[in-house]
Each structure stands twice: as structure tokens, then as C-alpha cells.
Ligand binder design. Sequence first.
Ligand SMILES: Cc1ncc(C[n+]2csc(CCOP(=O)(O)OP(=O)(O)O)c2C)c(N)n1
Ligand SMILES: [Mg+2]
Length: 369
Amino acid sequence: MQRVQGLGRSGAAGSAAPPVPELPAVPPMTAPELREVYRLMSSVRRLDEAAVAWQRQGILPAYAPLLGQEAAQVGSAFAVDRERDFLFPTYREAGVARTLGVDMVEYMSTHRATWHGGLWDAAEHRLAPIQAVVAGSVLHAVGWAHGQRLAAASPGDPQDPVGGLGVAVAYLGDGASSQGDVHEAMNIAAVFAAPVVFFVQNNGWAISVPTERQVAGGSVAARGAGYGMPALRIDGNDAEAVVSATRRALAYARAGRGPVIVEAVTYRRGPHSTADDPGRYRTLDDERRDAGADPLERLRARLLGEGLANEAFVAECDAAAAAEAEAVREGVLALGPRPGAEMFDLVFAEPTEELLRQKAQWRKESEHG
Ligand SMILES: Cc1ncc(C[n+]2csc(CCOP(=O)(O)OP(=O)(O)O)c2C)c(N)n1
Ligand SMILES: [Mg+2]
């Protein structure tokens, strides 16, 4: 670690910041991997479009579409080690959940307003509950990552402590990056070399506020230098670019070298949520100009163009995605309400007096007691 010697701070002030370390290289993706990513992206596209329709049909009260962000979400989740790593989503990460094998009925339970955060087992799937507090996921991820370091009993070689650390992946948006919490989280993660990848989906918008009105300098990755943290800014609509960048970042963090920022530049093609009307703050011409290549069509063109897959494979993916979406719809419709008492019982391991008082009051007043 570099140290400022004694009171030589004034001397240090004139010198350049220390160079940011390089990330390790990773091999190109194999054809089966690319096909698997395509299969997952097809499934996610279909489910996401279906969820918007379900909201319009009154099946879901609300949903946050990820249309256009499939490569960023599937690619980043595809890169992780599902035994060791842990992912911390926002409210727009259905594609991450699907890639990790989360039951999508359990995922949609939040959008059905059946349960907060989803019904899946977070520990089993290595995916924390859905987080609606902007930047909340980032704080949880850094805390978990710091825990990985503390749990490493005998760090040994600092380049490879105990055979590699579990890495937290913190999902955040361009908008979230302007929250003070994110600055604090990045700073402390870098100070303690916590194994965390800050995976930023820069989708151009924070509800109605464009990135240029939200992120000074227009880039989240540029902030990495200030924390001595490597940062990659990549084409978030290119699935292989996302997988490779995430793998590089994970390898660096896993080796105990500290946190990394990956900024995937993509585009929120749909509304912020089903309650939003983007026509109030951007035009269709803006969307056509800014959206860039559709990530799913782009990967399909590549697979077909390079002979890595044929039309029959694409058709099979489409059919499987349609069948899956229908099964999820039926599962969502069959979801019953959860016991109301859970809103008190699952707050603390040991309830407070006040919580017990509120629960008793609720029981008295509620027909559902
Ligand atoms: C702490 C907090 N502040 C404000 C909000 C309201 N809010 C919900 S989403 C959002 C915009 C977030 O934009 P971004 O981080 O770019 O993510 P995106 O929605 O584009 O995926 C805001 C301000 C919130 N949920 N939490
Ligand atoms: Mg955004």
C-alpha cells in the first residue's frame, strides 16, 4: 500500500495520483456459452414483455421493465460463480434473477404485491431481495463483501487469499450513482479492498432525468480513478462485452485486490415503470436515435452470421420462452396472499415491545387477524 510519508502531504499534493491497476484478461466466450446467453436473453425478453401485458390486464399492480437491458443483466449474472458470489439487485433486475435460476413466480410475487422483495430463498440463489431504495443494494453489497474479507481466516498470499474470495455484485443505475451513499460505499470498499463489483447499468435515464443532468462528467466509470479503483466502461448492449468485463472484474476482486466498477452503457427502451409515461419527457425520435442496437437482435445476428447457431435453435428458444412465460402467468395468478402477521414477525429476530403492541392492535382492528 502507498503511504503519504510523515507530514509530506504538501509534497504529495503536487504529484500525480497513483496509477489504477490493470484487470486480468479472460478468454473469449465459447459457442455453447454464447448460445446459453442467447437462450436466457430470449426468455428474459419474453417474460419482461409479458409482465408489462399482465400489468395492463390487472394481474400485476406494477412492474419495472428492463427492455433493452437484457445483455447487461444476463451477461453480468452469467459471469458469476453461483457457489461463492452474491448479487444485490435493484427493482429492475428480473433478467439477473432469471439467469440465476430464481423461480420467476416467486420473483413476480413482489410485482403482484403478494410479498416484499420476492419469495425466493436468497441464500440458495445468491440473490438478495428486490431493493426499491435507490442505492440501497450498494450498501448491502459492500457490507457483505467486507464480511467475506473478515471471514477469510488465513489470507496468505494477498493475490489469492484462501483460494479466492466470494464477490458481491452491486447493481445500480446511473441515477443511483449520484446518491451520497454510493460515494461512501465505493470509498470504504476501496479502503478495505472489499471484493465487490459495482455493476452500473447506465440506461440513460433516472425516471425522467437524463444522465447528463444527473451524472457530472457523464460517466460513472470515471469516478473509479478517484478511489484508486479500476473501472471499465463497456457497450452494455453487447452480451460478450458484458460477460468478459464482469469476468475480469470478478477475477480481480476474487484475488483480494479490491473493488471494480463496470459501467454498462445501455438504454431503457421502455418506461421507468408501468406507472410512467416517457412521452412526457422524450420523443419517439429521441428513442430511435439513442437506443442503439437491440441486444437480443444483435446477438442473434452474430450467432447466425458466424454459424454458431441456426434458425432452428432461435425458433426453439422462442418457443421455450413463450411456454415459460405462460407457466409463470399461471403461477402468478395462483399466488395466494401471505399471512398479514408476517409484516410484524419478519422485521427483527426478536420483536420489540412496540412491534408487539402494533401487532396486537392490528389483530384487534383487522378482519384478517
Ligand atoms: C432513496 C430513494 N430516492 C428516490 C427514489 C425514487 N426513485 C425510484 S427509481 C429512481 C431513479 C433511479 O434511476 P437509476 O438509478 O438510473 O435506475 P433505473 O431506474 O434507470 O434503472 C428514483 C429517483 C427511491 N426509490 N429511493
Ligand atoms: Mg438509469
